[in-house]
Design a protein around this ligand. Sequence first.
Ligand SMILES: *Cc1c(COP(=O)(O)O)cnc(C)c1O
Length: 389
Amino acid sequence: MSYFTRLECSVPCGAPALDPHERHFLCACGAPLLARYDLDRARAWSRDSLKGREPNMWRYRELMPIFDDETPVTLGEGLTPLIHARSLGATLGLDRLYIKDESLNPTNSFKARGQSAAITRAKGLGAQTIALPTAGNAGNAAAAYSAAAGLACEVFIPKDAKRPFVDECRLYGANVTLVDGLITDAGRIAAEKGKPLGWYDVSTLKEPYRIEGKKTMAYELAEQMDWRWPDWIIYPTGGGTGMVGMWKAFDEIERIGWMTGQRRPRMVSVQAEGCAPIVRAFQQGTEKAQPWEGAKTIADGLRVPRAIGDFLILRAVRESGGTALAVPDAAMVQGMLDIGKHQGVSAAPEGGAALVAIERLVADGSIKPKDSVVLFNTGGALKYLDVLG
Ligand SMILES: *Cc1c(COP(=O)(O)O)cnc(C)c1O
């Protein structure tokens, strides 16, 4: 039922394709691996077949990393609402502002999609313990999906992470290690401890499958917008799986013939002023991003000083004709309050940051009043309420 065939280097460096029936994490060259499908054969798959399918991201199973004898590890993730944000849009002079509300996923963020895919594969590959470093939401999702899969979960989280993130990992039975440092330090410690023990590491882009879950956001957007791309996608960016996943999906959707001859959306990568490695690299015109020193922001999902898929994020932003911009923390909080007050949607600071980005792009004339704009509200406000003061 799935056209999943192989894993390939994302660069690509020229290394031969790898067998997805074995455990693989990074390419031998150190770059992320990507799942590849037989897209020529997949042209036989019709988008009409989606009608009446289960309302979660596994409705796109033909282009998901799963084998015929497997059942996905699912908690109903995906098919989140695409809200036509008329009231919020009116405050900006936009008739066609939409919010893709990812806060309504299990564990309150889009991270559920990635972990559903990654842990489905981990289980299929015989893993017993899932491990990862996290800023918060990825750990919550990993803990929940590990529990659903009957696997153990080891979460490594900076010790200054917000309390609800730590508590929620424990709620799902995960073992939590508090790390004195950033997510990059947590990653190093998790790898050192887990390698000899055979833990299955689901760090961002260090395994090829979380991005496959995240890419379903683009499939859904296409389906929910009746197979017309919006003009703009505004996405808060940390490790970049959301951006990279959707960019990959655009390619797949075109190649299977579901949407052809349309301009892809301009991708806008939004970061925090206190941690903006991608924005800096975009402005400097470099292919990769230098690590950010002293990363600091209230948007935990954006506190990622070094992204292993930096070149893939930058490629998506540039090839789409998009842009990258950084937002101060205080403006993000105002953005959360505006989304809440004008539209009744619960937004994390990351979602608030996306609104601030839209305000700026409207003000400088980049976004025109008639443009269609999709704001990705990547998570809900509830785990961050302390930032409201
Ligand atoms: C992780 C996270 C992000 C950043 O997503 P990436 O795929 O790592 O770029 C944005 N918002 C929220 C709420 C997150 O949890």
